[in-house]
Each structure stands twice: as C-alpha cells, then as structure tokens.
Design a protein around this ligand. Structure first.
Ligand code: FEH
Ligand code: ZN
Length: 359
C-alpha cells in the first residue's frame, strides 16, 4: 500500500455559495481509537446534491447546529485504510471484520442503534440526530473519510463492485424500501405505474420485475424508453394521458419518483378505488393532494425517505445475484462540477459515480 498522502481535495457545501465548492489541501483525518479511515472507492451523484446546495443541509436534531461547510457526496463505498487502536486490539474477536482492505458501503444516516426505531430495525428513521454523510456532515466527494459510527459500515458482497455498492445506498435502496412497504399488495395481476425513469425509477422497474406484475413506466425524456423497456417495463409513455389507452382509475399502485403537481394529478386520474400512491420524488417542496377525490376512493398515500440497513444489505444481495443491475456511468472526479451541471440540466441518464482515488 502506498504511503498516506498528507492532504486531499474534495467538493462540498459552503453556506455562502449556491454552487459546489472545491476544497484543496484538506487534512487527512487522524484516526481515534474506535474510528476507521475509509478510502473512498466510489461516490454517487444524486439530485439531493443540487437540492442541498440550494436549500441547505438536511436539518439536524437540536442542539446540533448545521455545519457551514462540509464535503458532500452521500452514496459512498470504500475500503478500510486505517483502523483505530481499540479496533485493532479487538480484530480477532470481531472476525477481522474491520481489517485493512475490507470493503464497505455506508448507510447514509448515522443510526444510533438504541432508539425506538433502531431497536426494531427501522434504523433509516433513527430519531437520535439526523446526521447524514454528505448531506449535513462530511461525505464521499473526497479521498478519505473518517468513520466515527461503525454501525454505518455495511459489508459489500465479493462480486458487487464499489460503484454498484455506492449507488445501492440510495438510488437502489430508496425504491427498494418503498416497494417493500407495499409488496403485500403486489400480485402478478397488479397494474403498476412508475412515474419518472431517472436513477431511482429505473431501479424500481428492475425490482418490481421480480414480482411479476404489469409495469407501465413514464418519463418526459424520450430517449430513456428503450432502457426502461429493457429493464422490465411492459409499456413506456412520455405522456400517458395523451399517448395511451389506459382507462382512468385502472392502476393498483403508482410510484411517483418525480413529486410535482402534474404527477400527483396523473396519479389521481389513474389510481383505482383503494389504490396506493407511493411518493418518493421530491420535485416540489409542497404539493396539493386532491383531498376529497382521494377520500372517496380511500386512496392510501405513503411517503418514503431512504431505507433501513437490513434492506440495504438485502439490496446488495439482489445485485450480487444479478436481480438488479444499476445503471452507472463513471465520471472523472475532476469533472464533478460539470457532471453536477449536467444533472441540473437533465442531461444525466442513470447514475453518475466518481472514483476519488483513481485520478
Ligand atoms: C437517504 C437517507 C438519509 C438521508 C437522505 C437520503 C436520500 O434520500 C437523499 O437523497
Ligand atoms: Zn440521494
């Protein structure tokens, strides 16, 4: 292994700027007795990144005040580069779990492991702090990241690449979690609409395919049609209302990966009585739900955000078995600001991943 560099560079948030900032000459963090230094092997770019730059960091639980500067990047996979003295002492007792070189994906939120939610496996909803890599604390758009909460390290199966493991932390996990919450309602005869075929929607199609249901996908981008169909969508439309013969109130479940008024209105048109609307996309901060029209049909509306560690481990298993193949494009780490502009301008297809240590 080559010598640890003295400094590193990264990209992140600065409260005084609306654009991502490059931070040069950052120190490589010193490792405490119970900490690990992770070498970042892959870090994915997400629409939450431009949202963070504009709307600010994910709020933390008081009394924690949000940082004014931090390294962004919340879809992270890496290898153990250095371990603290206490972890070293315990290596044998932990079956060498944290040995140098071991491969891990990070759970985005720093779950505490002992709150009411963590104790029942719902650690994605941990109620302790809301600290999250790259969203209000340092993340993966740099070469080395200090891991203070070992609970956030989830082992990557041998045949899963760092790039796939990185995007699994969010762009696979989030749709997987949303689908797990309604899977008891999915039958081979179910008609399901996936609105939005971006990074998350394309993964949703692949996950849903395993339940044998009929999948209709929509996206305003025409060029995504062949990918959506090849991932398992039975039909694809740019505008379902204009281009299809689907009847009103004929869908059992709709997954909305866009989250704008137009997609809510489409869901209102197409959901059956007692249908389910699963909201994932955060296109708009606030939306008007058709209160009366949903009430008379007893529509169930479910909101989703991220997922739990047990689901993230399961997602990696699905990838290792070839059941999900994330759509990943590797981009030079030095080109990160350009890739972010492309994402903002809707020019990105699937997920962009950087390899900060492969320059
Ligand atoms: C997942 C888990 C925790 C925080 C944020 C997320 C993502 O949905 C952000 O894109
Ligand atoms: Zn994200």
């Amino acid at each position: 292994m080559s010598a640890t560099p003295k400094t590193q560079f990264g990209y992140g948030y600065n409260i005084n700027h609306k654009k991502i900032q490059k931070f040069n000459n950052l120190p490589i963090p010193k490792v405490g007795p119970n900490e690990i230094l992770l070498k970042i092997e892959a870090a994915g770019l997400c629409l939450s990144d431009p949202h963070t730059l504009i709307a600010g960091p994910l709020p933390q639980q008081p009394p924690l005040k949000n940082k004014e500067k931090f390294i962004m990047g919340h879809e992270i996979a890496g290898s153990v580069y250095e371990i603290g003295s206490e972890i070293e002492k315990n290596l044998k007792n932990t079956n060498n779990k944290y040995q140098k070189g071991k491969r891990f994906a990070l759970q985005i939120n720093y779950c505490c492991g002992h709150c009411e939610f963590c104790r029942i496996g719902l650690d994605g909803s941990c109620s302790s702090t809301n600290q999250a890599y790259g969203l209000n604390e340092d993340g993966g758009f740099q070469q080395y990241l200090l891991i203070k909460n070992l609970r956030t390290l989830l082992p990557i199966p041998d045949n899963v690449s760092f790039e796939d493991a990185a995007v699994c932390t969010d762009s696979v996990l989030t749709p997987f979690h949303a689908i797990q919450k309604v899977k008891h309602k999915i039958q081979p005869t179910s008609k399901i609409l996936v609105q939005g075929c971006g990074g998350l929607g394309l993964n949703a199609i692949q996950i849903l395919k395993n339940y044998g249901c009929f999948i209709v996908a929509t996206d305003k981008k025409e060029d995504i049609k062949s990918t959506a169909l090849s991932y398992g969508a039975n039909e694809f439309y740019n505008d379902i209302e204009e281009d299809s013969n689907h009847e009103s109130q004929s869908f059992d479940i709709i997954f909305d990966f866009v989250g704008i008024q137009q997609t809510v209105d489409i869901s209102n048109n197409y959901l059956k009585k007692r249908g389910t609307l699963s909201m994932i996309g955060l296109g708009k901060f606030q939306l008007i739900l058709p209160n009366f029209l949903f009430a008379v049909r007893e529509i169930e509306v479910i909101y989703n955000f991220g997922g739990n560690s047990i689901e993230q481990i399961e997602c990696m298993k699905w990838i290792s078995k070839g059941l999900i193949k994330p759509n990943v494009t590797i981009v030079d780490f030095n080109k990160l600001p350009d890739a972010l502009e492309d994402l903002i301008n809707d020019k990105v297809r699937g997920r962009v991943v950087f390899r900060p240590n492969k320059l």
